[in-house]
Ligand binder design. Structure first.
Ligand code: HSE
Length: 428
């Protein structure tokens, strides 16, 4: 009978507790699938005494996650503490130095330190796995590193922050303001301790940077992600985008162009009828495009106890089976250091303007667009009862530089009453 795989778990939040529960409830299934028993040996968390609704009496409790990571009687260190540095990073370093495999859900740590940690894991001949770090229960790391390993990946896209998708879909479906839904999301415990990680697009940007590294064989480059959050999205934009057949999503897109590695995480318009456009509430979706396979769309829960535990356990089972895989799908030393594209690929844009209702106002706007080389595809002026005329435009494909030039020209006309809103329309 093979020896059991012995785990040490640091972090007893929702997911840590989920792992303890799954080990208890699925013990036979896990052993059967892994070909050996999987046992929790020791745990670590900030409070020893807090009631978490699970029985921890069978495990040794370590106050210090680093001591846990270095124990002689564990094979795998499961890091569910979170945070890009601090105790999580120190304990993961200690575990790798001690020759332990590491399973983590920590996207922030990997987005910043992924390259050095992957190198360290390879030097120690151990696994560093992070299925739970990207899109929760969706097995996207496995899909990219295994199922699609034979493909040249041309583009990766995804809605990978459930909280933002929840906020945007509730705003659209119920016509309520950003601030109101934000408050509800906070009351429901959806938001991270620092809400800006969610609504500022940072959490989703971390995930995109990890997917890019695997997809394109590049070093993780989070600082190269063009980031914009959803805080400035108004109910007006949501409703008017819908009128034009679009929905607004916090969408990540990564691709390599002639200008370098393009990584964007920003609010985008997508066709309402597309799979991404129809993604509701807190669900996540990742779209992978490979030269041989074509397009693969994965949809599922991106957070929560069950989905994230499911992802953690898939890594643990792989390690129990003796599967070996490079952290980012190829040796860390072979990951390329490609420069971030300074200019995004051309796209159509949605523009919302509020104009003075005066003769010639619209002519000045179309002149400014023409002078910048931006062509109008569709346009609509809404009925209004005051002196402010709301105008919506969809441009033909243009570069961001041309669009910025046009926006400057529009501002110089003096006929706008508000800051124009410009949102990219993504080809999905
Ligand atoms: N806060 C994230 C989300 C889950 O809302 O999707 C953890 O990354």
């Amino acid at each position: 009978m093979p020896t059991p795989l012995r785990l040490g778990l640091a972090g007893l939040g929702t997911v840590g507790v989920g792992v303890i529960r799954m080990l208890a409830s699925h013990s036979d299934l896990l052993s059967a699938r892994a070909g050996r028993k999987i046992e929790m040996i020791a745990v670590s968390a900030r409070s020893r005494t807090k009631d978490r609704g699970v029985d921890l009496s069978g495990f040794t409790f370590e106050d210090d996650p680093i001591s846990l990571a270095c124990r002689d009687d564990i094979d795998v260190f499961v890091e569910l503490i979170g945070g890009e540095d601090g105790p999580a990073k120190a304990a993961v370093d200690a575990a790798l130095n001690a020759g332990k495999h590491v399973v983590t859900a920590n996207k922030a740590m990997l987005a910043i330190h992924g390259q050095s940690l992957a190198e360290k894991a390879e030097r120690a001949h151990v696994e560093l796995r992070f299925e739970a770090a990207v899109a929760g229960g969706i097995p996207v790391i496995k899909a990219l590193t295994e199922g699609l390993a034979g493909n040249q990946i041309s583009r990766v896209m995804g809605v990978m922050n459930g909280t933002c998708n929840y906020i945007l879909t509730r705003m659209e479906n119920e016509g309520v303001s950003y601030n109101e839904v934000f408050a509800d999301a906070q009351a429901l415990g959806y938001l991270e301790a620092d809400p800006n990680l969610d609504v500022g697009g940072i959490d989703a940007g971390h995930k995109l940077a990890l997917l890019s590294a695997i997809s394109f064989g590049t070093k993780v480059n989070f600082s190269g992600v063009e980031l914009e959050g959803i805080q400035r999205i108004s109910i007006t934009d949501i409703e008017q985008a819908r009128d034009m057949g679009f929905r607004i999503k916090l969408l990540g897109v990564a691709q390599i162009t002639g200008r370098g590695l393009e990584q964007r995480m920003q609010p985008c318009l997508v066709p309402a009828s597309s799979a991404l456009g129809q993604l509701e509430n807190a669900a996540n979706m990742v779209v992978l495009e490979g030269d041989a396979v074509g397009r693969v769309v994965l949809r599922g829960a991106g957070a929560g106890e069950g989905p994230t535990t499911s992802a953690v356990m898939s890594d643990v089972i792989d390690i129990a089976r003796g599967f070996r895989r490079f952290t980012f799908g190829q040796p860390a030393s072979s990951l390329k250091d490609i420069q971030a594209a300074q200019v995004s690929a051309a796209a159509a844009f949605y523009l919302r303007l509020t104009l003075k209702d005066a003769p010639g106002a619209l002519a000045k706007i179309t002149r400014a667009l023409a002078d910048a080389g931006v062509s109008i595809d569709r346009m609509r002026q809404y009925g209004h009862e005051n002196t402010a005329a709301p105008v919506l435009m969809v441009t033909h494909k243009t570069t961001r530089a041309e669009l910025n030039h046009a926006l400057q020209g529009i501002s110089d006309t003096g006929v706008t009453l508000d800051e124009p809103v410009a949102i990219r329309i993504e080809d999905v």
